[in-house]
Write a protein that binds this ligand. Structure first.
Ligand code: URA
Length: 235
């Protein structure tokens, strides 16, 4: 590959400006300065430096959206050798889920080997939005929407806040959409317990703007470059 193209692919600068760097004697191959435009490089076997600092191609990661089925745990490795969400994806890479869903929860789950993006999407300060559809047993209090708005005590330092939209209620049953912006352990179940109900069925409809679309439980797809870009720019 031509050196200017390689430098551009590494994100150092544009191809034209890479020629200026080369001509200025700022680029070295295996420690030898090169100034000839049109120099070729084999990235597999050559160390390329600019002003003495090594440059390299950005790593290509894999990104999947899984419609997580029920009764599958969302860890990468299980000490008891149970089937995990990672086993559902056909890849040789060491991917892992972005956050966790309980074994009995279904819905959108991202998996990747991109640690930086995982941190961005799971760090509470980034307030990545996640929406759940909840079917619960027990009557939701009349002021449930307001309670979620001001914050529900779930036994932690900070109350849990979110947007609750009631879908329907019957005497002893109800369904709602709940949108949260932090991923705390068993958060939805603890919120509903605090409201006096028990979660009977939990499905994550949306995570960071992504939905399952037409995927059936257990099916997955890769994310396209626009979706990856959007995820990276929201953090
Ligand atoms: N909150 C829960 O209680 N369980 C999940 O799986 C996700 C959010």
């Amino acid at each position: 590959m031509r050196l200017n193209k390689y430098l551009a692919r590494c994100g150092v600068t544009s191809r034209r400006k890479a020629d200026d760097l080369i001509a200025a004697g700022r680029v070295a191959l295996d420690g030898q300065t090169v100034t000839e435009l049109g120099t070729k490089v084999n990235p597999e076997s050559t160390t390329v430096t600019v002003d003495g600092a090594e440059v390299s191609l950005p790593q290509q990661y894999e990104y999947y959206l899984l419609h997580k089925p029920q009764d599958i745990i969302s860890t990468a490795d299980d000490p008891h050798d149970r089937k995990t969400v990672v086993d559902l994806i056909d890849t040789e890479r060491r991917i892992y889920p972005v956050g966790r869903l309980d074994a009995d929860t279904t819905g959108v789950l991202l998996l990747t080997d991109d640690g930086e993006l995982t941190n961005q999407l799971t760090h509470p300060s980034n307030e990545v939005s996640r929406t759940y559809e909840v079917i619960c047993e027990g009557a939701l209090p009349d002021n449930a929407v307001e309670q979620l708005h001001t914050g529900v005590d779930i036994g932690e330092e900070l109350p849990a806040q979110g947007d609750l939209g009631i879908l329907w209620t019957e005497e002893n049953k109800g369904a709602a959409h709940l949108t949260l912006r932090a991923g705390r352990y068993h958060e939805v179940k603890r919120i509903f317990a605090s409201l006096g109900c028990q979660v009977e069925r939990l499905h994550r409809v949306k995570f960071a703007g992504l939905t399952c679309g037409n995927l059936a439980q257990g099916e997955y797809r890769t994310l396209d470059s626009d979706e990856i870009h959007q995820l990276k720019s929201r953090g």
